[in-house]
Design a protein around this ligand. Sequence first.
Ligand SMILES: CC(C)(COP(=O)(O)OP(=O)(O)OC[C@H]1O[C@@H](n2cnc3c(N)ncnc32)[C@H](O)[C@@H]1OP(=O)(O)O)[C@@H](O)C(=O)NCCC(=O)NCCS
Length: 153
Amino acid sequence: MPAMAEAAPLTIRSMERSDLDAVMAIEQASFPVPWKREHFLQEIHSHLSFPFVALCEGALVGYVCPMSLFEEAQIMDIAVAPEARGRGVASLLLEQAIALSRQRGAERLVLEVRASNLAAIGLYERFGFLRYAVRKGYYEGKEDALLMEKELV
Ligand SMILES: CC(C)(COP(=O)(O)OP(=O)(O)OC[C@H]1O[C@@H](n2cnc3c(N)ncnc32)[C@H](O)[C@@H]1OP(=O)(O)O)[C@@H](O)C(=O)NCCC(=O)NCCS
C-alpha cells in the first residue's frame, strides 16, 4: 500500500467482493480472532447488511460492517489498517454507518467491544455511545465484552 499523504482525501463506497484480499489483510492484522473471508461475503450479500470501505489514494485503508433489523442497527466489525490509524478513518466510517442506520429507520445503534480495547472504546465514546451492559468472560472465556449503544432518534 502506498504511504498516505498527510491530508490525502478519504472516499467511501460499498464493499465489493474484489476488496476482500485487502479487507482480510487488515482484519488479520487487527484482531486476535479474525473473521474469515466467508463472513465478509455474507455481509456483502445479506440484505440486512451494508458493509463499506474507506479508500485513500486508491488504497483500501479501513472498513465497517453494519447491519440493521427493524429499529436496531449493529456494528458487526470495524477496522483500520495499522499504518492508517489515528487520522480519522474510523470516524468517517462510523459517521457514515450512523447516517445509513438512521436512513434505514434504526432507532439505536449497538456494538460490543473488548474491555481492554481502549482505542475503540475512545472512538465510540467520542461518538456518544454509552455502555449499557457487560458480558463477563465473553471473549475466549477470559475477557469481558462491553455492550455499547447510541440512540439515533
Ligand atoms: C479502533 C480503530 C478502528 C480506530 O481507528 P482510527 O482510524 O485510528 O480512529 P480515528 O483516527 O477516527 O480516531 C477517532 C477517535 O478514536 C479514539 N482513538 C483512536 N485511536 C485511539 C488510541 N490508540 N487510543 C485512544 N483513543 C483512540 C480517539 O477518541 C480518537 O479521537 P481523537 O483523534 O480526537 O483523539 C483502530 O484502532 C483499529 O482498527 N483497531 C483494531 C480493530 C478494532 O479494535 N476494531 C474495533 C473492534 S470493537
